[in-house]
Design a protein around this ligand. Sequence first.
Ligand code: GLA
Length: 396
Amino acid sequence: MTTTTSDTAADARSLFADRFGTEPAGTWSAPGRANLIGEHTDYNDGFVLPFAIQHRTHVALGTRADAVVRVVSTFDGDAVEVPLADLDALFPDRRDEVVEWARYPLGVAWALLAASGRNAVDLTGVDLAFASDVPVGAGLSSSAAIEGATASALAEVWALDLDRVALAQAGRRAENEAVGAPTGIMDQMASMLGRADAAIFLDCRSLDADVVDLGFDGAGLELLVIDTGVSHSHATGGYGERRASCELGASIMGVPALRDVTVDDLPRAAGLMDDVTFRRVRHIVTENQRVLDTVRTLRERGPAAIGDLLVASHASMRDDFEISVPELDTAVDAALASGAVGARMTGGGFGGAAIALVARARVETVTAAVTAAFAASGFSAPTIFTVTPSAGAARD
Ligand code: GLA
């Protein structure tokens, strides 16, 4: 059973009161995200179409008389405390001294100081208490939710002159340098810019963002998340290898990023590189085109018409980019076989979740069919729930 957002805000407030012995000044929150389409395109300067979900991380904040930042959370017992002036020495080189979850909020504080040009000694210290109902390890960006909540809260109490894009960039810097995951900007932008009933069409080169109405409700559709329970980490292994292959492909093509390669260039690309690099390139190039096609289809024909694009995206990730796992393929195949309009894995891959676009009347059938297919394959039962496109980071 998922808790509601207001429960989680109350959890953050009571954790604050328990651990720090006073009431917080306020709570701020930011959502996780699901990506409708556009996978691994963000760090290739390409296009993505994510939306913020109703699951959020809340942070209760209180100011302190000294210039220290202290963080606690419901997912780790210990408080971590660092003088603001020491953050610069800690990140990135000595990040291993900080317990992993705390690298996210402390990394955001560090990145915000750098982005704003403010001196740590001029800022008030803060106590931060986190509670979250974003599933961790499901590919729904629980990390971007922590980053977005922290950035919104600190930007307000420190009166930083930074817009939402700058806050998203601080979150990405925390993830890349304080945590060490070489990710793109999609998750942080989705968490900062999310809108109810809409996706964010983002050009990851210019950072121009357009709101695209999804209209699931009016079309009688639900978006199911199928969390496989297979956990993944982007700080290790496959994610960085895929990124390196993309950079190699771009350099062979003589362009700054794969964004600059089109579907028409693919026959030439095939003759210039090894088969594995070519298939990585083909995924990115065709996925960028699918994002553009999905945006156009949503605007012209509505959400019921995007199913084939979602299915093609999954096939490309499974066969060309090779970031799916058997549980994700089973989720997608079983959802489609039981009547989903479209389905694909979402997020970085190697585990995490799939999404399925399903007529409201078929939600129970699809849920039962996916659950049965997991059991038949000997996989642990998936967690299946609907997500609602929701608003981005804000003060509660
Ligand atoms: C993770 C990263 C994002 C993006 C996706 C894949 O979620 O954090 O930046 O690269 O994987 O689309």
